[in-house]
Design a protein around this ligand. Structure first.
Ligand SMILES: Nc1ncnc2c1ncn2[C@@H]1O[C@H](COP(=O)(O)OP(=O)(O)OP(=O)(O)O)[C@@H](O)[C@H]1O
Ligand SMILES: [Mg+2]
Length: 283
């Protein structure tokens, strides 16, 4: 059975899509069959893998509304071992159309159930909102991978995300855990990044991945060529970092996720401490 990892953070622009694409590609490059499901109406992970806008193409929307079974919507990417269920902007409508259905939160889970034994990893790229699309992803997932930038306000909202994950775990998906937190767009030359990293380590312990993803222009360029970084420039620091992250996740094994409540307990007293150094540096 494939492990389903949702890449989620309701904060926009933190590197969810870049992480989803390059992590999925790194799994595939390690010869582990992988499926990337684009759950975001912005469709950035679809276009980033070369699936340009095509109104006739079946997408995550058709999977969620039950108009097409998942196996019919899966597309082969240009990278061997990586398959994609692309999104389309119709997905905005799914949020509204499904709202009165009793099984609205379970649509993706049910659809992926039928295909999950074909893949080792299934990576879900979520939109920047705690909406019905993200809810579907979190109900379908075994674990949540949270990309975060090393800035003082990064933790704002993470507590809310962990609360949401915990609620979903209690009410809808008892298997859900936190895979871990990965720092993205990281610049270790700044004191700020180092200070924040130390604070985050205190909160998240071994849930903070050792691998950090550097700010690297190749990661930003690759999507415009429709390729993951490891196909666009395999020796770039960005591509190498995501390969390391994939290895770290594969090395942890399948049962590595931790209950979100345990993390949030650690987070609460320290949410204040994280702001203190910020105030010190500005005064
Ligand atoms: N490590 C990095 N180095 C340089 N640029 C990056 C890196 N990670 C992401 N970016 C760039 O930052 C922007 C936001 O990244 P991305 O789209 O992955 O974030 P997101 O969380 O998926 O955004 P959204 O919330 O809108 O879905 C993009 O232009 C992307 O190319
Ligand atoms: Mg995105």
């Amino acid at each position: 059975m494939g492990r389903i990892i949702a890449v989620a953070n309701q904060k926009g622009g933190v590197g969810k899509t870049t992480t989803a694409i390059n992590l999925a590609a790194s799994f595939a490059a390690a010869e582990v069959p992988t499926l990337l499901v684009d759950c975001d109406p912005q469709s950035n992970s679809s276009s980033g893998l070369g699936f340009l806008k095509d109104p006739t193409r079946q997408s995550t929307y058709h999977v969620l509304t039950g108009e097409a079974p998942a196996h019919q919507v899966i597309r082969e990417s240009s990278l061997e071992g990586l398959w994609v269920i692309p999104a389309s902007k119709d997905l905005i409508g799914a949020n509204v159309e499904l709202v009165s259905d009793d099984d609205r939160a379970f649509r993706l889970r049910a659809a992926l159930e039928a295909i999950r034994d074909r893949f080792y990893y299934i990576v879900l790229d979520c939109p920047p909102a705690l909406d019905l699309l993200t809810l579907n992803a979190l109900v379908a997932a075994d674990s949540v991978l949270i990309p975060m930038q090393a800035e003082y306000f990064a933790l704002e909202g993470v507590s809310e995300l962990l609360d949401t994950i915990e609620r979903i775990r209690q009410e809808l998906n008892p298997n859900l855990g936190v895979e871990g937190v990965v720092l993205t767009m990281y610049d270790d030359r700044t004191n700020l990044a180092q200070q924040v990293t130390q604070e985050l380590k205190n909160f998240f312990g071994d849930r903070l991945f050792d691998t950090t993803i550097p700010r690297n222009v190749r990661l930003a360029e690759a999507p415009s060529y429709g390729k993951p970084a490891l196909a666009y420039d395999p020796r770039s620091r960005g591509a190498e970092a995501y390969i390391r992250l994939a290895k770290e996740i594969m090395g942890r094994g399948m049962a590595a996720a931790i209950a979100p409540a345990d993390l949030n307990k650690a987070l609460e007293p320290t949410a204040e401490t994280i702001e203190e150094p910020a105030e010190q540096t500005t005064t």
